[in-house]
Design a protein around this ligand. Structure first.
Ligand code: NAD
Length: 370
């Protein structure tokens, strides 16, 4: 079955104003038979500019709503007669979780609990045929599995959980709650665990956009440790497609790993960005790689993540369309052409000072994965 064979549904997307959620909303809204209901609190990471191309679409609606308020979410599910939920709302930045874990537990754990309870109540009220088709897709991360050394087998769906940061521990907790709601109440859930995403509309505190923008600003490009940490990189539109495929064809109660088949060391990622920039917008003097600096590593920095994504390929026929080389070029071009989007975030209106974006050591924030 292809991604677009099902239509005429109402799909709620939590966190739809974020980086991945907005890619999901933009993709799903292309099918004008479907109605997309975006539920997002608009934290610092939520940005309605990510949705400007669908803001006026007749099949798209936005609710500014915190997911921790279960009764309010339930009211939206009932009013919109939702058929499926894609749950992406989360606090997502590892470094922020080390600086302050409370909001991660609040949104990622308590918020997911509230979503599950709202979904369960709503689902129990549906007529049998609609209840049968209902899905709660919980979008999680590969970081719940812990980390790997070179030569270790990649994470598969049965790899035991071993989270190392407050972020990954909060996501692991949420995954366990979702599984428990399946076992205990029979809620038709699917969990996806995905590797690092990159692409258009990526918030500039994360590694790839920050390296691109700092390079263009002639600022230092600090990298943790020796930059040998390995991540698997997935272009965000590929992730959005994978989630649509899982929603349409995934088996209720099943887990699917999603990866980009693109393992790279952090230093390779930074060097690749530099060499593409050298080619497209050369510096007046020198090369962009001259801006790279190495910083003391941060605690608990997982060495390697790698995803075994054979299940989603073999069972649902999904695999990434972009290689890292094609995806990073698209991403760099997008950032070069869309200054209107990132300029306000880099400057005062999104609290650049608070994010450390205006400090010389700021890029340290971005060098850890997600
Ligand atoms: P993001 O930080 O860009 O977006 C998160 C969105 O959730 C924002 O729009 C924010 O406003 C919203 N949100 C936060 N708290 C909320 C609350 N209490 N109520 C309602 N909305 C709230 O995150 P992202 O990178 O787009 O990640 C989306 C999901 O995918 C997350 O669950 C994350 O754990 C998961 N994930 C991300 C990556 C990655 O590389 N970015 C990889 C794998 C999995």
């Amino acid at each position: 079955m292809t991604a677009n064979e099902k239509s005429g549904r109402v799909i709620a997307v939590t966190g739809g104003a974020g980086f991945i959620g907005s890619a999901v909303c933009r993709r799903l809204a292309r099918n004008r038979q479907d109605r997309i209901v975006n539920i997002d609190k608009l934290t610092y990471a939520g940005n309605l500019d990510n949705l400007s191309e669908i803001a006026e679409a007749p099949n798209y609606v936005f609710y500014r709503q915190c997911i921790c308020d279960g009764p309010a979410v339930l009211e939206i599910l009932r009013r919109e007669r939702v058929d499926a939920i894609l749950h992406l709302a989360a606090e997502s930045h590892v470094d922020r979780s080390i600086e302050g874990a409370a909001v991660f537990l609040e949104t990622n754990v308590i918020g997911t609990f509230a979503m599950l309870e709202a979904a369960r109540t709503y689902w129990s009220e549906l007529p049998a045929d609609r209840a049968e088709r209902f899905r709660f897709v919980h979008v999680s991360t590969d970081e719940v599995y812990g980390d790997l050394q070179p030569g270790d087998a990649a994470f598969h769906e049965d790899t035991p959980y071993d989270p190392h940061s407050p972020y990954s521990a909060s996501k692991a907790s949420a995954d366990h709650l979702v599984s428990a709601w399946r076992s205990t109440y029979g809620l038709p859930v699917i969990i996806t665990n995905c590797s690092n995403n990159y692409g258009p509309y990526h918030f500039p505190e994360k590694l790839i956009p920050l390296v691109i923008l700092n390079a263009l600003d002639e600022r230092p490009l600090p990298v943790y440790g020796t930059g040998e940490n390995i991540r698997d990189w997935l272009f965000v539109d590929d992730h959005a497609e994978a989630l649509e495929v899982v929603l349409n064809s995934g088996t209720s109660g099943r887990k699917y790993n999603i990866g980009g088949a693109a393992e790279k060391t952090n230093i390779d990622v930074v060097r690749t960005i530099c060499s593409v920039l050298d080619e497209i917008v050369p510096r007046a003097q020198g090369r962009y790689a001259d801006l790279i600096t190495f910083e003391a590593d941060r605690p608990g920095h997982d060495f390697r993540y790698a995803i075994d994504a054979r299940r989603i390929d073999e069972e649902l026929g999904w695999r990434p369309r972009e290689t890292f080389e094609t995806g990073i070029r698209k991403t760099i071009r997008w950032f070069l052409e869309n200054q209107w989007w990132w300029e306000p975030i880099r400057s005062h209106s999104y609290g650049g000072e608070r994010l450390g974006l205006l400090r010389s050591d700021s890029t340290k924030l971005a060098t850890q994965g997600h």
